[in-house]
Structures are given as structure tokens and as C-alpha cells.
Design a protein around this ligand. Structure first.
Ligand code: NAI
Length: 339
């Protein structure tokens, strides 16, 4: 089985049918915020993932309907819906991976940081429950602002005595997905072959795609790289504006979240050489958290990979993003410790 999944394009097996399950370990995945714009398509994609044996769908409202609906799909996992805080413990118990897309999304004119006041509290509460009910689970944080919600989660887990820096991930996969799509368009290469690391954080200029390392290499002119970088950084805003008040990226985010969770599951299952970019505790720069390529293994992060060689434009972008990222991280830490 391991040999069969190796080398397959990321997420390719999401739609594979008739998968032999005998040798695949049991894995429980919980989605918190499962009835939301991201949560629903993410629940669908996780239901299609043959690595999942139990799928717990939790939200403060509307999960029974989502769970009933998704549960009729004839794939491996058993689906259970949980609604309201008194069912949160049951939703989390035994989870190997917990994905968190709970919280409010942006409206036009808002930055991700504008979501802080509401989402910080939601994330804190959910992480307190994770510390209690599934302290060893890998946590995939989608709720924005990721640059602050990941540090909040770390502080909550530290207070509970359960923090393991190998198990906490800010999901930045959508930045990678966007960078790949936009790059393929300009470089005129097949999008399925493209790889682009995206480092830094997950908001505005803290999102730093490293197009100098993009493969297949295309030697794009500097002005095109500058435009691609800006489009990747503003990709979320592009969707927020197009949705005109009806939310932010949900479908592409669900796809990205499913890719990242799948990578976590593969790592847990011992598949070698699983690498994805993620916002994790890091010594790659002087900042305590930073997104870069991360190798995933049986205990979560196996290795945080370095930045590799950067172009002058990328070096400049890296220096520019640090103050903003630092202050978002500090804001999260402060919130977690004062409330
Ligand atoms: P949404 O409003 O459609 O769904 C959010 C869901 O969270 C709702 O169903 C709501 O009932 C639920 N919720 C609220 N409080 C909760 C709690 N305490 N426990 C459990 N569930 C709770 O929002 P959408 O579009 O799904 O976005 C969710 C989050 O994901 C937002 O913070 C958004 O900014 C973020 N996001 C992150 C991206 C990334 O790349 N990391 C990309 C796009 C969005």
C-alpha cells in the first residue's frame, strides 16, 4: 500500500474508488466548524479520503444535517455529527488529526487581523478542549488570522501541559495552491507538475512565495515575478471581493485543507518523504513561528526545512515581512496569556 501511494500526485487518491482498506491503519479525523463554508466541502473531501476511518463533524449549529448528508457517501469512514459545546469532547476523543475551520471569515475591506477579536476566543476554547480530550492529535489550524491563532493554540497547550511543537500546524496550503496555479498560467507549464514553496506567514506581505525555486523552472522576467507574488499575497482578497460580502475562500480552502490533512495522515502512517509548507514553531528565522517546507512523519513534524537560496527580491520580501509577522505572533501570545 505504501508503495502504491508514493509518488502519486498530491490528493490524487482523494477520488480513487474501490481502495483496499485491510492494511490501512484506523485514523480518526475531527473537523471543528464543519457546518461552515469551508467545513462542509472539507467534510466531503475528508469523507472521500481512504486514509480516514472515522470522521467527526463538529459545529455549534447545523452539523446533524451535514453529517447525515455526508454519511450516505459509500466510502470507508464512519461519519458522526456533533453539535454544541457539550458534545465537543465526544467529537474530539480518539482523534489523530483535528482540523479547525471554525470562526468568522472576512468581508470586503477587512484584513485577516480584523477577525482577531472573534476568532481568537473561538480558537482558544477549542484548543482547551483538544488539550483535554485528544492532547496527542495533530492540529491543523485554518481559522484566521493564522499568524496569531497558531501562537494562541501553542500557549493554550503549554498552559495545559500538552504542548508538542511537532503537532501544531498553521494551514498555509492555500497560498501554495494559489502560487502553483498562478505560476503555471504565466510559465505556461502543466499545473499538475508545478511546485512552489511559500514561506513566512499567512496574511498579506507575510505570504512569501519563492518563485525562484519554482519547478519546472521558467526564468520569468522580474516584473512577472513581482506581479505573481502580489497576486499570491492578495489571492484571498481577490475571492473576498468577488464574493462581495458572502465570505472568503471556501472551496479552494477546503481543497487545500484536505491536501494538508492528507499529508499529515500519510506522515502518521509512515509514508516517507511527505513534505508540505506549513506555519509551525521554527528556528528557520529569529521568529518563533514561521512557514516553510516541513517534512511530516509518524509524530507530526519530522523536520522543518530551511529556506534554500533566495533571490534578492525574495530576501527583501523576507526582511519586510518579519516585523508584521512578529507583531501578529506577539498579539496571539499576549491574548492567550491575558484572558
Ligand atoms: P463560515 O462562517 O462559513 O463557517 C465558520 C463555521 O464555524 C460556522 O459553521 C460556525 O457555526 C462555526 N463556529 C463558530 N464558532 C464555533 C465554535 N466555537 N466551535 C465550532 N464551530 C464554530 O466561515 P468559513 O468561510 O468557513 O471560514 C472559517 C475560517 O477559516 C475563517 O476564520 C476564515 O478566515 C478562515 N480561512 C482560512 C484560510 C486559510 O488559508 N488558512 C482561507 C480561508 C478562510
Amino acid at each position: 500500500w505504501i508503495r502504491r501511494t508514493q509518488g502519486s500526485a498530491a490528493g490524487k487518491h482523494l477520488l480513487r474508488r474501490g481502495y483496499a482498506t485491510e492494511s490501512v491503519p484506523d485514523r480518526k479525523v475531527a473537523v471543528l466548524g464543519a457546518a461552515g463554508g469551508i467545513g462542509q466541502p472539507l467534510a466531503l473531501l475528508m469523507k472521500l479520503n481512504p486514509l480516514v476511518s472515522r470522521l467527526a463533524l463538529y459545529d455549534i449549529a447545523n452539523t446533524p444535517g451535514v453529517a447525515a448528508d455526508v454519511s450516505h457517501i459509500n466510502t470507508r469512514s464512519e461519519v458522526e455529527g456533533f453539535v454544541g459545546e457539550d458534545q465537543l469532547g465526544k467529537a474530539l476523543e480518539g482523534s489523530d488529526v483535528v482540523i479547525i475551520p471554525a470562526g468568522v471569515p472576512r468581508k470586503p475591506g477587512m484584513t485577516r487581523d480584523d477577525l482577531f477579536n472573534i476568532n481568537a476566543g473561538i480558537v482558544k476554547g477549542l484548543c482547551e478542549a483538544i488539550a483535554k480530550y485528544c492532547p496527542h492529535a495533530l492540529v491543523n489550524m485554518i481559522s484566521n488570522p493564522v499568524n496569531s491563532t497558531v501562537p494562541i493554540a501553542a500557549e493554550v497547550f503549554k498552559k495545559a501541559g500538552t504542548y508538542d511543537e511537532k503537532k501544531l500546524f498553521g494551514v498555509t496550503t492555500l497560498d501554495v495552491v494559489r502560487a502553483k496555479t498562478f505560476y503555471a498560467g504565466k510559465a505556461k507549464v502543466p499545473v499538475a507538475d508545478v511546485n512552489v514553496p511559500v514561506v513566512g506567514g499567512h496574511a498579506g506581505i507575510t505570504i512569501l512565495p519563492l518563485f525562484s525555486q519554482a519547478t519546472p523552472a521558467a526564468n520569468l522576467p522580474e516584473d512577472v515575478v513581482v506581479a505573481l507574488t502580489k497576486r499570491t499575497q492578495d489571492g484571498g482578497t481577490e475571492v473576498v471581493e468577488a464574493k462581495a460580502g458572502k465570505g472568503s475562500a471556501t472551496l479552494s480552502m477546503a481543497y487545500a485543507g484536505a491536501i494538508f490533512a492528507d499529508a499529515c495522515l500519510k506522515g502518521l502512517n509512515g509514508v516517507p518523504d511527505v513534505v508540505e509548507c506549513s506555519f509551525v514553531q521554527s528556528t528557520v528565522t529569529e521568529l518563533p513561528f514561521f512557514a516553510s517546507k516541513v517534512k511530516l512523519g509518524k509524530n507530526g513534524v519530522e523536520e522543518v526545512l530551511g529556506l534554500g537560496s533566495l533571490s534578492d527580491f525574495e530576501k527583501e520580501g523576507l526582511e519586510k515581512l518579519k516585523p508584521e509577522l512578529k507583531s501578529s505572533i506577539e498579539k496571539g501570545i499576549k491574548f492567550a496569556n491575558q484572558s
